[in-house]
Design a protein around this ligand. Structure first.
Ligand code: SF4
Length: 456
């Protein structure tokens, strides 16, 4: 039965692929290019990285644009370029400074890759973005699309590109009825993307032709051949479009089923030095505790492989116990209490007293990769009086329960914290006035703003 199904699927794939390749081989690229470029001259979008398309500016913009809208990137691009005007300036900066200029753009792995790539550009290519496809592709954070974009937009080289907008456009133009991420579909789509770029134009005769064609294909996909309700009546390629001819616009492109998002609850803590070490902020042997004010707040640097890896944040724990997913008070969550206690003792150097989460004082909901996260912020139970003025309406804090301490000790004995569960790559006490200068995770920044606003 399985073999028959696979055979049938293979036959369908072959038929769809042959059908599409036939359309591709008869596609009138010459006339279509003329129509497309005429449309682009009148309707193409303007962006700072397009008006002055140096390879460095294009590279930075392409990394920023991964998973992020052009509108959002426009707000960051100029500020970033002002601070890091070339690869050498970017390579010289420390990672924290780069992350600070990236803060709010999300997907911080991109910023770290950009920084690492800048170092390579300086060391391997003398400070200039390389022009060979293989060299560009070898840079951290650069994939096949990105390398093509850097070469075509930055150097006006004949390099095809394929991203969401052009994938949809090519699939519709060809009437491709294969799921677009399959290997067969990808081969066809990349070939189409390449066939759009003529071989016979020399740059001296047609300057910017590759830059303009790739820009035009992207813009047409974005502005006209939209995911739902494509504007076929206004499309300069309507007469060439197989999907329009066969009325397939609603079924092409064939998309992969979306990965389901996972709901998760995290708890983060606003902890001041006096909450652990008393009103003089001392009482700790650890050298990191010396010399600060009682109101210094505890920040952690997110560990590798965690969301927002490398950014600063408030100590944060995922709630594993289903029963506490919707809770507003985590004092009864034995596992959380255990992890919090262990973190404070082992990583912050607090003396082994029983410290528990206070009531939730602030909530942020956000999405990150495949997670929908509800992030609850707490202070420690019995924290400084600031809590009462900051967070009006919070109920009086519960006292220590000796039964709970007993249960916690049991859990602590049973479970050693594995390396993967480490809360922090680094912990630091920060004066409130310096909080603004730290590259924080976006929910962390929201809490910081909330607290600072209420303090002033
Ligand atoms: S005719 Fe319609 S479906 Fe075809 S490329 Fe143009 S907008 Fe897209």
């Amino acid at each position: 039965m399985q073999r028959t199904t696979k055979k049938t699927l293979d036959a369908e794939t072959n038929a769809a692929s042959t059908e599409t390749l036939n359309v591709l081989s008869t596609f009138n690229f010459e006339r279509a290019r003329t129509a497309l470029l005429r449309w682009f001259d009148a309707n193409g979008r303007t962006f700072p990285w397009r008006s002055e398309p140096t390879p460095y500016r294009v590279w930075v913009s392409e990394i920023m644009l991964q998973q992020t809208t052009t509108q959002t990137v426009e707000g960051y691009f100029s500020r970033f370029l002002e601070r890091f005007p070339n690869a050498a300036a970017l390579a010289e900066a420390d990672e924290a400074t780069v992350l600070k200029y990236w803060e709010g753009l999300g997907y911080y792995r991109r910023a770290r890759s950009l920084h690492a790539a800048a170092v390579e550009i300086v060391e391997r290519f003398g400070g200039d973005v390389p022009e060979r496809f293989e060299d560009v592709l070898s840079l951290p954070g650069v994939g096949r699309y990105c390398a093509g974009a850097i070469l075509s937009f930055g150097f006006d080289d004949r390099a095809p590109i394929l991203e969401a907008n052009t994938t949809r456009l090519h699939a519709r133009l060809l009437g491709l009825r294969l799921e677009t991420t399959t290997a067969t579909a990808q081969k066809i789509l990349w070939r189409a993307a390449e066939d759009w770029l003529p071989l016979d134009f020399s740059k001296s005769r047609k300057p910017n032709v590759y830059r303009r064609l790739n820009g035009a294909l992207t813009d047409l996909g974005r502005l006209v051949c939209s995911p739902t309700a494509p504007k076929c009546d206004a499309c300069p390629l309507a007469e060439f479009c197989e999907s329009r001819r066969r009325n397939l616009q609603d079924v092409v492109p064939v998309l992969k089923k979306k990965t389901e998002t996972v709901a998760r609850t995290d708890v983060a803590f606003w902890i001041e030095r006096r909450d652990l070490f008393g009103t003089d902020g001392k009482g700790c042997d650890d050298s990191s505790c010396d010399g600060g004010a009682p109101t210094d707040v505890l920040l952690i640097r997110r560990p590798e492989n965690a969301l927002w890896a490398g950014l600063w944040d408030f100590p944060r724990f995922e709630i594993a116990n289903e029963a506490f997913r919707d809770a507003l008070d985590f004092d009864g969550d034995v596992e959380l209490c255990d992890r919090l206690q262990r973190f404070l003792e082992e990583e912050v150097g607090a003396s082994p007293l029983d410290r528990r989460p206070g009531p939730v004082v602030y909530t942020v909901k956000h999405a990150a990769t495949r997670f929908r996260i509800t992030l609850r912020f707490c202070r420690l139970a019995g924290a400084s009086p600031l809590e009462k003025t900051l967070f009006d309406g919070v109920a009086d804090l519960p006292q220590t329960s000796s039964a709970l301490v007993g249960r916690r000790q049991k859990v602590a004995k049973k479970k050693e914290a594995p390396e993967a569960e480490r809360v922090a790559a680094e912990v630091r006490w920060i004066p409130l006035a310096e909080l603004d200068a730290y590259p924080l995770s976006s929910p962390g920044r929201k809490l910081a703003r909330f607290v600072l606003k209420n303090l002033s």
